[in-house]
Design a protein around this ligand. Structure first.
Ligand code: GSH
Length: 251
């Protein structure tokens, strides 16, 4: 039975996967609270909830759900309101594939190839970016992906009628690319550039962007206080500890 209490999401506001889940919760008008942790700072209890030490994690009463795609599907299956996936089975399969392509390939490129290099390595590990990897991502990986996206994204509106997870899954990664200083060249990929700014301009993403800006202007240790001060919906519990640990997976 769905629980009426606010759901808890463990994960930083600037994670593209967390952004996808929070946008889904916003679209469905479901109350939630966030523990905005960077996954490397997760404590032992976080590791019990998230064996891959990854964010987001959703807690719904006694139910713990891992992985942004599984969380979004769970929300559609347990809650009414705005549909996150199309109703038709063939369209739903296509939406899930677009989401998977985004989570795996765009994640590899924009999170690990750009954002992790230029942001996380410095902030969490006090080490420099692998600039060779950044260059290869910008010169080879992203152009290849954008050539593909240019053929599947709509020049107006959303991929399947209403805005849904497929749209958000694609666009969310380009917000992190932007944080790392990359933006899509609108002359080379006009459809993708316009689509991404349409999705990122949606009121739901704009609302989350305000919390992201506050988080980005705070230190890791001052993050909770800064977000609480700004009225962000934070959980009372945190699953963070002070010392970071390396992740379980390399990608
Ligand atoms: N497939 C997962 C990927 C989640 C993911 O990779 N999250 C990143 C944060 S943006 C993370 O937790 N990284 C830590 C690590 O991999 O060690 C999902 O969709 O939730």
């Amino acid at each position: 039975m769905p629980n009426d209490a606010p759901l808890t999401v463990i994960g930083s506001f600037v994670s593209p996967y967390v952004r996808k889940v929070l946008a889904a919760l916003e679209l469905k008008n479901i109350a939630y609270r966030v523990d905005p942790i960077t996954p490397f700072f997760g404590n032992d209890e976080f590791q019990r909830l998230s064996p891959l030490r990854r964010i987001p994690v959703l807690i719904d009463g006694d139910t713990v759900v891992n992985d942004s795609s599984i969380i979004c599907a769970y929300l559609d299956e347990t809650r009414g309101g705005h549909a996150l996936y199309p109703g038709d089975a063939a369209a739903r399969a296509r939406a899930r594939w677009i989401e998977e392509y985004a989570d795996s390939r765009l994640g590899e490129l924009t999170v690990w190839g750009l954002f992790y290099q230029r942001f996380v390595r410095r902030m969490v590990w006090d080490e420099p970016a692998d600039e060779e990897r950044v260059r290869d991502t910008i010169e080879n990986g992203l152009p290849h992906a954008l050539d593909h996206l240019e053929t599947i994204l709509p020049s107006e509106g959303w991929i399947f009628g209403e805005i849904g997870v497929a749209d958000i899954a694609v666009a969310t990664f380009f917000q992190n690319a932007a944080y790392a200083g990359y933006s899509i060249d609108p002359e080379r990929w006009p459809v993708s550039a316009a689509f991404v700014s349409r999705v990122l301009g949606h009121p739901v993403i704009q609302k989350l962007g305000a919390w992201e800006a506050i988080q980005l202007s705070a230190t890791i240790s001052g993050r909770r206080q800064a977000l609480i001060g700004a009225g962000a919906p934070l959980s009372e519990t945190t699953w963070a500890e002070r010392t970071p640990r390396r992740g379980v997976m390399t990608l």
